[in-house]
Design a protein around this ligand. Sequence first.
Ligand code: ADP
Ligand code: MG
Length: 704
Amino acid sequence: MSEKCCNSSVERLTEIYGEDVFSLKVMKNYLSEKAFDSLAATIRDHKPLNATIADEVADAMKTWAVSRGATHFSHWFQPLTGATAEKHDSFISPNKDGEIMLKFSGKELIQGEPDASSFPSGGLRATFEARGYTAWDPTSPAFIRRGENNSTLCIPCVFCGYHGEALDKKTPLLRSVAALSKQVCRLAKLFGIKTEGKRAYATLGPEQEYFLIDREFYEARLDLLQTGRTLFGRRPAKHQQMEDHYFGAIKPRVIAFMEELDMALWQLAVPAKTRHNEVCPAQFEIAPMFEEQNLSIDHNMIVMQTLKDIAEKHGFVCLLHEKPFAGVNGSGKHNNWSIVGPDDKNWLSPGDTPHENAKFLTVICALLKAVDTYAPMLRAAVASAGNDHRLGANEAPPAIVSIFLGDQLTDIMQQLEKGRPNSSKAGGIIEIGVSSLPKLPKDVTDRNRTSPFAFTGNKFEFRAVGSSQSCSGANIVINTIFAEAVDEICSELETAVSKGKNFNDTLQGILQGIVKKHKRIIFNGDNYSAEWTKEAEKRGLPNLRNTPDTLEVIEKDKKYGALFEKYGVLTKEEFKSRNDVYHHAYEMTIAMEANCAITIAKTLVIPAALEYQGVLAETIQKVGSISKKITMLESKKLLVSLVSNVEEALAAVSELEASVASGKSAKKTIASMVKLREAIDALEGIIPKDKWPLPTYAEMMFMM
Ligand code: ADP
Ligand code: MG
């Protein structure tokens, strides 16, 4: 008898993949040839949407969605909360006889009008102007979100106000992609590459870290429930120091979760590829194959939601907070970024010919210039209360933005700077061909895990994005600062060429100038070391350790807002409104954490400590009264330390309450919270286990 080794869904994997997505393949079966060709041109080549096909597309979408169990549709968008938003409308349309038809019109597909007043807008619109519009983004396919009984057709959308002002994360992202495409095509043209009818775009592969803990522990921790992170908790004897979790054998319960997760993602054509244990116990990672940036970001939003949904089914809770547990690794996203030119090639792949090398080195230099000029903007794109626990707090990566190029590429940059590239560190001969630019080693493989912005062979990996954040912010910034750098390079080249100067010599000169001016941003060493902090300061690189300091820098210096305005990514008002939203979110988060810490301290932990105090005092008195020989010195010491910790905790609570009430400085509130935590964590080390009212770190990290 032959053993059946696979379950049926695995046998059908190729069919299951993308079955819940209204993809080009599906559309072909549901649309007329004319409508299909028109929509495909919009999706593939970003040609303007032909509104006359909207009704047909909507009807096709509905027919397909209903066949997959959908009763509702929803515009699916990304407001400034950082999460996704959806408002469901059913397809039903009753007629006079009380019967229903299932309808979905082109108008409903293209535009929605959710009440915008309850989403953060940073003062862009007053509450009485509640109107907000969602508009279909056809370049990201509609998909099915499955419920317990039925399902919903989700239509990726942008979200804006009455006057077209962006109220979401997708609108500026799409605008930044357009800016990038325009400048890269201009550069391509200078390199003699055909650009007609072509576009350039960014690619993205976001690696996502997360924690899983048992639902019972989660529910017993008010701090996790309310703030997403533990506000108290002693680091257990064993945590991550043995380095035995990273890539270790995955526990069966976790594997079961991951299997279902991958399957759910594959159904939605999210190309989940890699899964593994991360550094900290209870920490894991999922990485997809890279895709075009806009789609990849939508997919990452789906990944975050699916992680939470599937975790729940397995009795887990998925923690996406950047720092759920103090003293051990936090979670981030590695934002793997590259660009594809109008020649359909990855421009961050070193090529074989001097011509391709020139293109590659131009992109590298453009990024050096961009990142050095706008480092605080990049830092601001990932600034949040949660991420502050990682950046600038002894963890990967630091708040100082620098670029890792690796030894070989750095060597080449140094030669470029000297203007006479003639040897390569790798020992190979550098080809001083047409362009007199160095020939590049094929495989630039050295690694540096501590750099915030690392070249990894054919892409840059920006590692500072927080695990709970949308990748939009970071990519809006990378796309735009890159577009400006390319713009300036192109302008210089065009001027020189129009004056009859030699293209290669001019390019060489431009790149040389960039390396000279911006080489301070290159750092290949250990980014965690204290020496780097000092060295970076010498180099004049900013070290923005927290969110308020960062936001202040980009608000004060007008160059940041002007950049986005210049490339049509954000108007001055939109830029300001976003900073206000992020500022406000930061302040609210700190206040919420403080209030939650106060509640836990006063109603759970301190009462337990006081009770134990009484027990201990009584015992000492009772036992001590039996004989003068029983001094109970050590027991008394224990009582003294218990009392002093309780007193410290109570004092810190008062201080924290005052700080919250004054509503003034988040910095002061954070300092008081740290004090309170120290006292409470000390108590956790004294109070009997059965009296301690919270699940411990050891339980949460190891019991699953
Ligand atoms: P790492 O370089 O971190 O060891 P991988 O090479 O597997 O790991 O890539 C990590 C992520 O980078 C994956 O999501 C992968 O799809 C993505 N990636 C690879 N090439 C590119 C590219 N050209 N553009 C964007 N992302 C890419
Ligand atoms: Mg990586």
